[in-house]
Design a protein around this ligand. Structure first.
Ligand SMILES: [Zn+2]
Length: 318
């Protein structure tokens, strides 16, 4: 285990400068040399590998790849420089469209200055890139996902106009403005004495176990959502719910709210529509699991809030 369990996406490094968003002109940014540009292919960031360490690939303003971007967003100032996130996405999924991910990856490999670059998977590369890069890529990805998934007015279906450098959209027909949404999720470390509860969803990678989590529903407080989710998923009544920490999670737009809670009940009534499995695990066994010494199970990946909750509990800091 690392000495200090850290959370990816949580570095406070971006000066968002909302006041600059309204003044952006598409043509002006490419003329400035001090700007940083990162690019994604449908939300997958362009990474560059050197000495087995990957990092975000920062492109110069006139780089050929930027010319293919269909979407550009001003993220804010990073170390005093304007940072833009660009995305290439495929408009038509028809077989005749050549602008596929493979097409661009082939072009990238033919460019001698980019042979070590590739469109990575932010979810699996979480801790393979510097912490600042994961935060910037996470913010970019969340905004790109929102833009790609909200292209038409939800009332009348008209195509929305992009405003404020990618942070707002407008339907001229309904006079309605749209802003990036986040979906709050509760994730709960449940303990009973020296045991904690781990579960796995059907879509988790093989052997992976984590804390239980669920979306907050309209009309619920954080505590109500935590109680309902745990009751629904494993049939336990929880109490002593306390806030621990939180983490933005751009897959596609969640805010993970980390809680701890206790229960006096042991027997589980698992809803197998929601969960594939759930098990109680002792603190000593959890330590082995976190150290990668368990053959049958893997704990939530480093950098995630679930991992943070589990490691903090083993250390006795929460
Ligand atoms: Zn409309």
């Amino acid at each position: 285990m690392k000495d200090n369990p850290y959370l990816v996406f949580n570095n406070e490094i971006l000066d968002r400068r909302a006041d600059l968003r309204g003044h952006w002109e598409v043509d002006s940014y490419v003329k400035k040399n001090d700007e940083l540009n990162i690019i994604f292919f449908e939300g997958s960031p362009l990474l560059s590998t050197q000495n087995e360490q990957s990092s975000l690939a920062y492109l110069f303003y006139d780089h050929w790849l930027l010319k293919y971007a269909n979407l550009s967003i001003f993220l804010g100032l990073y170390k005093g420089r304007h940072l833009y996130a660009h995305d290439i996405f495929i408009e038509q999924k028809d077989p005749g469209n050549k602008n596929t991910k493979e097409y661009f990856e082939e072009k990238i490999q033919k460019d001698p200055s980019m042979v070590r670059s590739y469109f990575g998977n932010l979810r699996t590369d979480l801790t393979n890139i510097p912490e600042d890069d994961s935060t910037l890529a996470g913010t970019g990805r969340a905004l790109i996902e929102w833009n790609l998934n909200n292209r038409h007015c939800s009332r009348c279906g008209l195509f929305l106009i992009l405003l404020n450098c990618g942070w707002e959209k407008r339907c001229e027909n309904c006079n309605k403005n749209y802003f990036p949404r986040i979906d709050p999720v509760v994730i709960i470390l449940i303990t009973s004495g020296n045991k904690t509860l781990l579960g796995r969803s059907h879509q988790f990678p093989e052997k992976l176990y984590s804390c239980l989590a669920g979306f907050i529903e309209p009309g619920e407080t954080i505590e109500m959502a935590a109680k309902r989710e745990i009751q629904e998923e494993v049939g336990l009544k929880i109490s002593n719910i306390e806030y621990v920490t939180n983490q933005p999670w751009p897959f596609p737009s969640s805010l993970m709210i980390g809680l701890k809670a206790t229960t006096d009940e042991q027997s589980l009534n698992i809803d197998h529509k929601e969960l594939e499995d759930a098990v109680w695990i002792r603190k000593r066994e959890l330590q082995h699991l976190l150290e990668g010494k368990c053959k049958h199970m893997q704990a939530a990946r480093p950098g995630t809030i679930a991992r943070h909750l589990l490691e903090s509990w083993v250390r006795g800091t929460i």
